[in-house]
Design a protein around this ligand. Structure first.
Ligand SMILES: NC(=O)c1ccc[n+]([C@@H]2O[C@H](COP(=O)([O-])OP(=O)(O)OC[C@H]3O[C@@H](n4cnc5c(N)ncnc54)[C@H](O)[C@@H]3O)[C@@H](O)[C@H]2O)c1
Ligand SMILES: [Zn+2]
Length: 678
């Protein structure tokens, strides 16, 4: 049965974490102390339950808690070797665990265990950090909270900070919490309700004070030419800039992107002080671990042209990398971990918005959220004082902390297609759907494009959240629609790496039966459609400078002269030759172009269900329901081909193993000698 203290802790954490004003995503931690019966001795034992490393308060469950023996945890004070060796105490927590110990104890465990209160909350609220990063934060804390909240000068999280806060609580019995300079807040209470009340009181009191005392333009007056572009123009501009920006952010390692054009971001970029403030960087350790110490800011107005903006971004990227290298060199010691990449994680474009980057979409999105937190912090601090984040040397000590490095080293190995952004046309059904699912399962972000938005979104939702797959509407035979699809893909994930030309339809007719309309429809969707998609996508791939893959789902019928198949077979042959032509043309950009030749994929195929199957069955003189089995029997392997077999071939062609293959067609037809390639 769940301990009452634990039940209250989880409920309180979920409430606090659900409201973004209280803490950033996955930021902060909470704890409770209580008694349980020791199963070994039958005696009561005092325990500390504290949110473990990782995870978010809003969704915290009991499994996310570390469970420690309070007497042993507190006994660490007697062996504590001093602040220079405080990191050793993290390993010592493992010797204080109760039972299997639950989640891994975080660096903040000492603060929770050492503070003498049954419940403790450590949070990163924008309002609290605004006071914590004000140049006169200590005086402001006194003015706002009197003696009920105590100022703690900046100190990197760890055992010593825990000792400091415990001492403050002991020395200030009237206090309900403290403001941690440069960082956040900690509050406590004798009961869970009291701790929650105190946390919220600090957060809301700080916010109210800022609202009532802030100067009218905390970010300075509006900058001429820097106002937000109208929405449609802004989005088009963002899509035009995105590939180059992703290339910049991916110079050291490939990144997935996220685009935000919220008012918070646009207002910040439209104001005079944004260059100075952005250069000061973020402050809360949680913020800059995800955003890097500072963003890259395009120093041109929104009225600049796309070409001017792109050229300036490239220049700024060179400077950004030099600057970051300098920061590393200024602060690295012989035992610092190696430099982790010099590219920006946040790129700000006045009038347009913010691009944020990470090793996957969720990380990229959260980096953007954290920069919005940082903007809120800067607005609050500048409104009532002057923003003064922790200094660069301290930021380096956090960013290249051995404990942080160890956390990164523990991360599971990424999947083969991690960081790759795939676009599959005709992906709401059959082969396209199976391909989108396979690429996502191998780690790619996937854009599911099809004629029906609803079906595309349904297929995307079947794959996962919008961090993994999004659905977009497209008619691939319409150039404007294709451009809109590519723009949507680029805005969803920052760019594009892997394009699957799969959309298709099929009519089985003899030459004399084939109308002009039949011919045009099949050529418009398959021959022209794949040309339009390849053209729009290749522009993105070339601008990114990160290579890429284009895969065509051609057909056995591109080489085999099947019966009653003129328009379809000819359109497929056209697609197959596009593979060779584009492989030759795009190779200089590191872009591989390959194809798959399926045959007889009946199950799941809308083409077969929509009449083609009946026609083919009639041509071959079998029942429609037996068509899959009929096709299997005429293959060399006597196996039925399923959509996932085609999807597997697409994965192999664009996965890590076939890195040196372009211009190839892979038959996936269970063996049809008449369609062998030579
Ligand atoms: N099923 C097979 O045996 C087989 C064999 C060889 C080649 N192929 C090829 O594989 C591809 C997928 O076929 P499938 O069997 O999965 O068929 P399917 O009908 O299940 O899927 C095709 C998808 O393409 C979409 N589409 C059609 N026209 C479009 C357009 N103008 N714009 C955007 N989307 C459009 C459809 O809405 C559908 O969702 C096709 O190119 C087909 O020619 C299939
Ligand atoms: Zn913190």
């Amino acid at each position: 049965m769940t301990n009452q203290a634990v039940a209250e802790l989880i409920a309180r954490s979920n409430r606090l974490g659900a409201d973004p004003k209280n803490t950033n995503y996955a930021g902060g931690n909470t704890s409770a102390k209580g008694t349980e019966t020791d199963p070994v001795t039958g005696d009561p034992v005092e325990l500390l339950w504290v949110k473990g490393s990782g995870g978010d308060l809003g969704t915290l469950t009991e499994a996310g808690l570390a469970v420690l023996r309070l007497d042993r945890m507190r006994a660490l004070v007697d062996v504590y070797p001093g602040v220079d060796r405080e990191d050793e105490m993290v390993a010592a927590f493992d010797f204080c665990l109760h039972g299997k110990g639950g989640a891994a104890p975080s660096i903040d465990t000492a603060m929770h265990g050492l503070v003498d209160a049954a419940h403790v909350d450590h949070l990163h609220p924008d309002s609290g950090i605004a006071i914590a990063t004000a140049v006169d934060g200590e005086a402001l804390t006194k003015e706002i909270f009197g003696d009920r909240v105590v100022w703690v000068p900046w100190r990197r999280p760890g055992f010593q900070l825990g000792l400091d806060i415990a001492a403050i609580k002991a020395d200030n019995p009237q206090a309900v919490g403290c403001i941690l300079g440069g960082h956040g807040i900690t509050a406590w209470g004798g009961t869970s309700a009291e701790s929650e009340r105190n946390s919220l009181w600090i957060i809301d009191t700080a916010a109210t004070y800022i609202a009532e005392h802030s100067r009218s333009e905390p970010f300075g007056p509006a900058l001429e030419g820097y106002a937000a572009l109208p929405e449609a123009e802004r989005r088009a501009r963002a899509a035009a800039l995105a590939p180059t920006i992703r290339g910049i952010a991916s110079a050291d390692r490939p990144m997935v992107g996220h685009f935000t054009d919220s008012h918070v971001v646009l207002d910040f970029l439209a104001s005079a002080e944004h260059p100075r403030l952005a250069a000061l960087g973020t402050s809360c350790p949680d913020h800059f671990l995800r955003t890097k110490v500072k963003p890259l800011v395009l120093d041109l107005p929104a009225t600049a042209t796309v070409e001017e903006s792109l050229a300036r971004l490239q220049e700024l990227a060179v400077g950004y990398r030099e600057d970051y290298q300098g920061y590393y060199q200024r602060h690295a010691t012989p035992d610092s971990p190696p430099i982790r990449g010099k590219d920006p994680l946040i790129v700000l474009v006045p009038g347009v918005g913010m691009f944020s980057f990470g090793k996957d979409k969720q990380t990229a999105r959260v980096a953007g959220e954290f920069y919005v937190n940082a903007i809120n912090v800067m607005r609050g601090a500048e409104g009532v004082s002057t923003y003064a984040p922790i200094d660069e040397a301290e930021k380096f000590r956090i960013e290249y902390w051995a404990l942080e490095e160890a956390k990164l080293q523990r991360m599971p190995k990424p999947k083969p297609l991690a960081t790759r952004i795939a676009l599959v046309t005709g992906a709401a059904s059959g082969i396209g759907k199976a391909t989108a699912e396979k690429l996502a399962a191998e780690g790619a972000c996937v854009v599911v494009a099809d004629l029906s938005l609803e079906k595309a979104q349904e297929a995307a939702a079947g794959i996962g959240s919008s961090d993994v797959a999004v659905g977009v509407q497209v008619d691939v035979s319409d150039a404007d629609a294709v451009q809109a699809m590519v723009d949507a893909a680029v805005l969803a994930f920052g760019g594009l790496d892997l394009v699957v030309n799969n959309a298709g339809l099929s009519l089985s007719k003899s030459l004399l039966e084939t109308t002009e309309d039949d011919w045009d429809r099949q050529h418009d969707v398959m021959a022209k459609g794949s040309f339009l998609v390849a053209r729009a996508a290749a522009k993105v791939l070339i601008e990114q400078g990160m290579g890429g893959d284009v895969v065509y789902i051609s057909s056995k019928n591109s080489v085999f002269a099947g019966p009653n198949n003129l328009a379809y077979g000819a359109a497929k042959a056209d697609q197959a030759h596009q593979v060779r032509l584009l492989a030759a043309e795009l190779g200089e950009h590191g872009i591989k172009v390959n194809g798959v030749n399926p045959d007889g994929v009946v199950q799941g195929s809308g083409i077969f269900a929509g009449g083609w199957g009946a026609q083919r069955a009639a041509v071959y003189g079998v029942e429609e329901k037996d068509l899959g089995a009929f096709y299997a029997q005429r293959t060399i392997l006597k196996r039925e081909v399923l959509p996932e077999h085609i999807a597997n071939a697409v994965f192999v062609l664009c996965g890590p193993d076939l890195s040196h293959t372009t211009g190839l067609h892979v038959p996936v037809d269970a063996g049809v000698a008449a369609a062998f390639l030579r």
